[in-house]
Design a protein around this ligand. Structure first.
Ligand SMILES: Cc1cc2nc3c(=O)[nH]c(=O)nc-3n(C[C@H](O)[C@H](O)[C@H](O)COP(=O)(O)OP(=O)(O)OC[C@H]3O[C@@H](n4cnc5c(N)ncnc54)[C@H](O)[C@@H]3O)c2cc1C
Ligand SMILES: NC(=O)C1=CN([C@@H]2O[C@H](COP(=O)(O)OP(=O)(O)OC[C@H]3O[C@@H](n4cnc5c(N)ncnc54)[C@H](OP(=O)(O)O)[C@@H]3O)[C@@H](O)[C@H]2O)C=CC1
Ligand SMILES: Nc1ccccc1C(=O)C[C@H](N)C(=O)O
Length: 459
């Protein structure tokens, strides 16, 4: 954006809480609006801290929405250089069959696997080289005065709290957002937090002894299953990071994987071909934490012209559609557009929430639905037949037919609009299937009738 277009060249100050995925990218966007930006992050600097801090959600699938938001600020090419393309899913069925399901019908309709820490480091670097952006690592938000946009931050190294005044506070502090708590305290705010009964643990498929990947690299591997499922994202070094999903408690659960025999027995029974790919399985199951899977729906996301929430702080979704980060990046782009369109910042923040919330609520539902699909359906004939019909129609009528997965992952069609269109398409497909069935039945009745007539004539 040029200074001529910039409605905020008054050097107003923004405090961003959280230098995760959304906070770091938001800093890049806000600097372009001429704001002075201070980002407070409770964790150490990702560029110097050991990789994988926190031990969870190591790599992520980047798709169209995230790519567009990165491209807008010139960062996409750098990110793609550090990613592995995922052209489809490789489904490892319980019966031993391994099948490839492409993610789209066009060359660009793919996902890109990228390491979370590397991506954040790249974004922090990019933000820091923007004029007016400073990062403060090892500082956590303690309190927020939402009316004055004053924050109180505490150093993780100890010492007294420090007060920092701003014109705007952006809450990019993730699923357990402290900004959100202070923003909504005492208001008639809506808040719901839904935990899945399943959790997840991250495991690895290391590079083979010959230095080559142990499985096809350019894909997301999925081991479906009703009592447990696993996915694996590829890494640039040829290894893959697996997320094992299963119930926290119960007869088949993380609670029962408590001896090496139990772990190996469980893998042999559920993911027969995975055991040999995972030489560190037993140690990793014992040593890695179990993460929770949560959906957060909430409102409001903003307070006057002073505070706004973005990313998981505003709308956390379970990871099964691979859209949490992508929608968080899309937030940065839409917020930036709203700030450019409205000189009154309160109106800009209201427009941002109105533009996003109906769609991220739908994303929450879509993400749970994709959990059920990946767990129970992707390896079954009904699902594959529907996917093949969907792709075929999309090839035949590219302007009039777009599969739901394509709209969600490979376009920036707002999530609720994508779902509404997919429902219309599904009605047509079901109608056509019923008509084809009726025609086939009519044909069968005619054939049977003719046969019966021939038989009664003694032929
Ligand atoms: C297993 C798994 C797989 C996933 N896969 C995908 C995927 O393939 N594609 C996809 O798009 N999304 C995926 N996601 C979702 C994605 O990780 C999140 O949506 C994304 O991290 C949200 O970004 P954020 O910036 O809003 O929050 P975060 O990335 O969580 O960042 C929040 C930051 O705020 C900091 N913070 C928190 N509290 C404070 C405080 N009080 N003071 C200062 N700093 C604070 C935190 O330390 C953190 O750095 C996945 C998630 C999981 C769990
Ligand atoms: N939607 C989903 O299902 C999930 C999404 N994610 C996303 O990925 C991001 C990164 O994941 P990860 O690094 O594992 O971070 P997490 O958010 O899972 O955990 C990091 C820290 O959050 C704090 N925390 C955990 N549970 C609670 C709670 N119930 N209430 C308050 N604070 C809590 C703890 O901090 P302390 O040590 O200070 O207590 C913990 O160390 C998350 O922030 C989230 O945005 C992650 C997991 C699931
Ligand atoms: N990121 C994830 C994390 C965990 C489980 C699935 C994913 C996916 O992205 C699945 C992908 N969208 C798929 O439909 O094949």
């Amino acid at each position: 954006m040029t200074d001529g277009q910039n409605p905020f060249s008054r050097q107003e100050r923004v405090v961003v809480i959280g230098a995760g995925l959304s906070g770091s990218l938001a800093a890049v966007y806000l600097a372009r609006h001429g704001y002075l930006v201070d980002v407070y992050e409770r964790r150490p600097d990702p560029r110097t801290a050991p990789a994988g801090l926190g031990g969870r959600s190591i790599n992520l699938g980047l798709s169209a929405r995230g790519m567009r938001a990165l491209d807008e600020v010139g960062l996409l090419a750098d990110v793609l250089k550090r990613s592995v393309p995922m052209r489809g899913r490789v489904v490892h069925s319980p019966d031993g069959a391994v099948r490839f399901q492409p993610y789209g019908v066009r060359e660009h309709e793919i996902l890109h696997s990228v390491l979370r820490d590397e991506l954040i480091a790249l974004l922090v670097d990019a933000a820091e080289t923007s004029a007016g952006v400073r990062f403060h690592f090892g500082w956590r938000l303690n309190r927020l005065d939402r009316d004055t946009a004053t924050v109180e931050v505490l150093s993780e190294a100890g010492g007294d709290p420090v007060e920092v005044g701003a014109d705007l506070v952006v809450g990019a502090d993730g699923i357990h957002s402290v900004v959100r708590q202070h923003l909504q305290r005492g208001l008639r705010a809506d808040y719901s937090q839904e935990f899945l009964e399943w959790g997840y643990k991250e495991l690895t498929i290391p590079v083979g002894d010959d230095g080559e990947p142990r499985v096809r690299l350019e894909a997301l591997h999925v081991w479906p299953g009703e009592s447990a499922m696993m996915v694996a994202h590829p890494n640039v070094d040829g290894s893959l990071t697996c997320s094992l999903f299963m119930p926290h408690e119960g007869p088949v659960s993380f609670a029962t994987l408590d001896t090496p025999e139990a772990v190996l027995g469980f893998f042999r029974a559920n993911f027969a071909d995975a055991e040999e790919l995972m030489p560190n399985l037993v140690e990793e199951i014992a040593g890695h934490p179990v993460g929770h899977l949560v959906t957060v729906r909430t409102a409001p996301w903003r307070h006057g012209d002073r505070v706004v929430l973005i990313g998981d702080a505003a709308h956390a979704v379970v990871p099964f559609y691979g859209q949490g980060m992508n929608s968080a990046f899309e937030d940065c782009l839409v917020l930036s557009d709203c700030l450019a369109r409205h000189t009154d910042r309160a109106a800009a923040l209201a427009a941002f929430e109105a533009a996003r919330k109906p769609h991220t609520d739908v994303l929450a539902d879509l993400s749970i639905a994709n959990f059920v699909d990946l767990r129970d359906r992707v390896h079954k004939p009904g699902y594959t037949a529907h996917a093949v019909a969907d792709r075929l129609l999309s090839r035949l009528m590219p302007d009039r037919w777009t599969p739901l997965y394509t709209m969600v992952a490979h376009t920036t069609t707002p999530y609720a609009d994508a779902l509404a269109r997919a429902k219309r398409q599904d009605r047509i497909l079901r109608g056509a299937t019923a008509a084809a069935g009726a025609l086939a039945a009519l044909g069968a009745v005619t054939t049977i009738g003719a046969a019966l007539r021939r038989r009664s004539r003694g032929r």
